[in-house]
Ligand binder design. Sequence first.
Ligand SMILES: Cc1ncc(COP(=O)(O)O)c(C=O)c1O
Length: 387
Amino acid sequence: MNKTQGVLKLWETYLKFTSQPGVISFASARPSNQAYQISFQRIKKIIKRLIKIKKDSLFDYSPPEGIDSFRKAIANFHSWSKPAISYKNIIVTSGGQQAIDIACRTFLQPKDRIILQNANYIGIQQSIKNRKAKIINICASIEKTSFSSLEKMIKKNKPKLFYIIPDNANPTGETLSLQKRKEIAILAKKYNFLILEDQTYKNLTFKNNPQLISFKKFCPQNTIIVNTISKIIVPGLRIGWLATPSKFFENLLTQKKSSDIFTSTFSQEIISEFIKDQKSFQNHLENIQCHYENKLSILLNSLNKYMPKGFFWNKPRGGFLLWIKGPKNFNSKKFFIKALKNKVSFMPGFVFNYQNPQYDSFRLSVSNVKEGEIIEGIKRLVKSLII
Ligand SMILES: Cc1ncc(COP(=O)(O)O)c(C=O)c1O
């Protein structure tokens, strides 16, 4: 088993532990049952209607880049959720993970370098490993890394890609400031690397927090966008997409074709119906944003009330994830074992690291905890702390 397989296995093992009966789980980043049910009820109706109208064509082959009407619906979604994108530059993929994988296969050759924040979405690791490319790790958060340190790192390593989750990131819940986005865009143009902007959690930004501008606005020719419906509608239809400058379109499409020929026609038609009416989709997003905002607010209040001194966290602008950093010698691995005995769980920070394991940190997700269980969950966590 290589290091990446080991990391993925570790993550799966932890997730399995956390789904035992009676455990209040702050571990999973699956959309919440409530948000999931809202989507499911609409999808059921859409399927009934589609089967009547489109009949067996729903199960036919479709173009590798995606069905035009669906690509137009995505482009329309981007035009009001920003940034605007031409539908001709969109490639529909089987979830966000395939979008990331296709980008890695297109842009990374053996020994090429890709910059990543250390605490990161672990699904990208295997894609990088498969390309035999090298990860250049930002040990602290991207936000906290100064312009000059970033420039030094980029000058030295000459990366091909810089992977960034700028909004409500997994696992840290952080959002990259506008200033940092501008700085990275300047560097991307100066040193000619591509930014792989993962917008998986962007549309979960809460209503009263203005959405921050995409890299696409600052350096359109250096930005490849990855997006997915997994956290805002449902993960099981496996719909994601890439939005790329036209010059990369054909190369990305070649990789898509060799991977699975095309993305499920059935899923594309369903989601096309789901998102094509702006007003109802906007309503849907606001409902789930509100749902997560309520849950996060209960979480933050209970943390403020019950957590002892020495633990730090930021208030997320959206999404359902929160990252907590403990005191210097705090060990989230031991904490996890004790927490499980007390019937509460979370994700220890080091499972999100490729290098330099962060044993002093952990991730809480409110997506799959019932609102009424959050306070009890935090009390159990506090009881399990070893400091
Ligand atoms: C940041 C990030 N990007 C991409 C993905 C993959 O999404 P999908 O389920 O659409 O493949 C995830 C899934 O958790 C994620 O957290």
